[in-house]
Design a binder for this molecule. Sequence first.
Ligand code: ADE
Ligand code: ZN
Length: 365
Amino acid sequence: MCKSPLHPLLTALPKYEHHVHLEGTLSPSLLFTLAAKNNISLPPSSPSPSSPDPPDPAFLSPATLSARYTSFSSLSDFLHYYYLAFRVLLTPADFESLTYSYLSHAARSANLRHAEVFFDPQGHTSRGVPISHVVDGFLAAAARIKAEFGLTATLTPCLLRDFSVEDGLSCLKEMISSGFYRDGKLIGLGLCGTEISKPPAMWKPIFDLAKHHGIHRTAHAGEEGPAAYVRAAVEEFGLERVDHGVRAAEEEEVVGFLVERGVMLTMCPVSNVALKGFASLGETPVRRFLDRGVRFSLNSDDPAYFGGYLQDVYCAVEEAFGLSAGEWETIARNAVEGSWCSQERKAELLDEVEKVLRGWTEKGE
Ligand code: ADE
Ligand code: ZN
């Protein structure tokens, strides 16, 4: 909870999330529960039995793991723990529990109304877990969430830059030929993992294929990479959105390019600070982007790892920048406009924004 007089507005404001990794919502306590259920040993055993690494003490208990999650030194330090945790996710029921636990929490605590959730297909197929297990579990939970909270949720695979381009291409081909896009079970394509030494041009054939099939496209860019990386990703992939994109702020010319193209950034300021991209939240370019007219939404990224669930992200931004009610309205409206949902659903979501803001103004606040 923030100390701002706007806190009641911030809790009531309907939220739209476009950048949350399903696997990034796996809390230490659910991780230990699923490990016990699926008979998976924690800590994970050493890759080399002849010269074993000492066991990582972070895996002693949910509490020690939570404590370790407070001190990531970089994106790659975080990704090490993030990928290790995938091994406890095996069955459709596991993915259903994970999805239900995140979305129900976000609906109650943040008034989340529409979520476009990422998952990492190659992180599962490489362990022998089929994509259909993730999709079936997610959709079962999403149907319950829609019925209970009226919250709509869709699923988008993020290919991993840590795997080869060939692997990514065959993964996308498999998702297309399995009918996941045709049936509306998946709606877009993303790209995540480290940007270091992975220039956008490498992944162009993958995004060309997605474009050919009319699939929505986004990619993590400008989290680690410079402003030029963001511009190249938008141009090479024909992106509608950029995930993070914060380093674009370093080049005025790239900021102007994003405004001109109407590209929406899915910002995750709490994640950026947790992964040491910025020393404090006040240094992230929230104010700069608002003033320059860059469209963005605010997101949690991997909330179970960064200690910032969606409501915490909104409160942290308010504490750092002291935005006005009008600026929050702009953020909410841009987030709806940048969503990958029907015009009809967008109209409903915009109505909800308007009602909350009208109520706030009428109270004279
Ligand atoms: N996968 C999950 N979270 C990520 C992040 N913040 N950056 C890149 N890849 C990710
Ligand atoms: Zn991300």
